[in-house]
Write a protein that binds this ligand. Structure first.
Ligand code: HAM
Length: 400
């Protein structure tokens, strides 16, 4: 038997209803906050992701599904959506009409990571991106939106972790301080970090290997190296979150696994998912649009891990599973019908199994008399209903 690919999964009926519910709550909220839906391709030129996410990141170095197409062009199954949304914003010159644009998109992403609970090779994200707003209040709006979504979905036990990664002015100063610190501990680093430490020392801060974590324990903090403008930006984020009563933790180790970030970065973390604690992650990426060939345009955004969110929401799954009201095809009533001409007994059994509340029996006798039998599957009570104007006659009888 052919099995699905490792790290991929089916989302089956029963689970799908929970996903539909999350999606509809998210869509409603995004629209209330003025975000418009955008749909971008599943594949892009490899170069787009390599340049945006960064050549020295785990995603680009080891996790992308990259292959030459039949003409030899290198293409990649998208590992994230931000790079594509920037490409689209630039390609369609959306900034010309109005630099401020707010987008959301929902769909699958692909990363060849080691599969475990909450970590898949095809996973789904809900993304939100705001272009053209330099104010820290845009970062705050995103974190507030995430908190509100978690509340609406009863995804309890989540907390916001925030940090600032500075800007092209102050980050090099921090990088130098970090490199000096790392130089005294190179023998403790894993081979990846030993290789990347000079070009991209921030990656060492993000490394999950225990030896590296240990070695970086006393590493300098970026927050102590921020320039006045970045400090002010970060202070406003914190003050505004506090005034909105959004609880947060300043987490100076939060550097994120993608290179495009500047200033505010954040994650929504939960304790209920074991090692994969981040339900959502994001931050500001003021340099990316320009780096990809667009105008100098600030931007900020996040992505929610849909699979992880679906695991932490506290929903009565049974309440979302749709069951037919009636085991027959009738307009305007959720119904299912037997097409196989089985015996009445086996049809009744199937109707019971599919969870129908009522069954309508229309046999030879009923057709002759013009009266069908409506059976309540719970109480087993039966009543006659005239076949003429059936829908009109049935609706009041099966009202919930
Ligand atoms: P990210 O932190 O790489 O950020 O991913 C965001 C979220 O996607 C994670 O917090 C996690 O919930 C989920 N996720 C990531 N990898 C997996 C996986 N293998 N299996 C299941 N869930 C996963 C980004 O992707 C950025 N593009 C976010 C962003 C948008 N930043 C600015 N705008």
């Amino acid at each position: 038997m052919i099995q699905l690919i490792r790290g991929f999964k089916d989302i089956l009926p029963g689970e799908v209803e929970v996903w539909q519910h999350i999606e509809s709550v998210a869509r409603g909220l995004f629209e209330d906050f003025g975000f418009k839906e955008i749909r971008i391709p599943i594949m892009e030129r490899t170069e787009l992701f390599a340049r945006s996410i960064g050549e020295d990141t785990d995603i680009v170095e080891k996790e992308m599904y990259t292959f030459p197409d039949r003409k030899g062009d290198l293409i990649t199954l998208r590992p994230e959506a931000t790079a594509s949304i920037c490409r689209s914003y630039i390609q369609h010159k959306m900034y010309a009409e109005d630099p401020v644009q707010k987008f959301y998109t929902i769909g699958p992403m692909f990363r060849r990571e080691r599969p475990q609970k909450g970590r898949y090779r095809q996973f789904y994200q809900i993304n939100a991106e705001i272009f053209g707003v330099a104010s820290p209040l845009a970062d705050v709006e995103l974190i507030f939106l995430l908190k509100t979504l978690c509340e609406r979905l009863s995804a309890g036990d989540v907390e916001a972790h925030i940090n600032s990664l500075g800007c092209p002015e102050c980050r090099p100063v921090f990088k130098t301080a970090l490199q000096e610190y790392i130089a005294s501990r190179t023998e403790a680093l894993c081979s990846d970090c030993a290789r990347r430490k000079d070009r991209n020392p921030l990656r060492v801060l993000d490394c999950k290997v225990p030896g590296c974590r240990e070695a970086m324990q006393k590493a300098p903090s970026i927050i102590d190296h921020l320039c006045p403008a970045c400090t002010q930006h970060f202070n406003t984020v914190q003050a505004s979150l506090a005034s909105l009563e959004v609880p947060f933790i300043v987490d100076k180790r939060l550097v994120r696994g993608l290179d495009y970030y500047t200033r505010t970065t954040f994650e929504i973390q939960t304790r209920s998912l074991g090692a994969q604690s981040a339900v959502a992650g994001g931050g500001r990426y003021d340099g990316l649009v320009k780096m990809l060939g667009g105008p100098d345009m600030p931007a900020t955004g996040f992505a929610i891990g849909f699979d992880r969110l679906a695991e932490v929401v506290d929903l009565d799954k049974q309440a979302y599973i749709k069951k037919p009201d009636l085991a027959l095809g009738i307009d305007g009533i959720q119904a299912s019908m037997d097409f196989e001409g089985r015996s009445l007994k086996s049809q009744m059994k199937r109707a019971g199994r599919c969870g129908a509340r009522y069954t309508l029996i229309v046999g030879e006798d009923e057709r002759a008399t013009g009266q069908a039998i409506l059976r309540n599957m719970t109480t087993r009570e039966q009543v006659s209903v005239p076949l003429a104007e059936l829908v009109k006659n049935i609706k009041p009888l099966i009202k919930k």
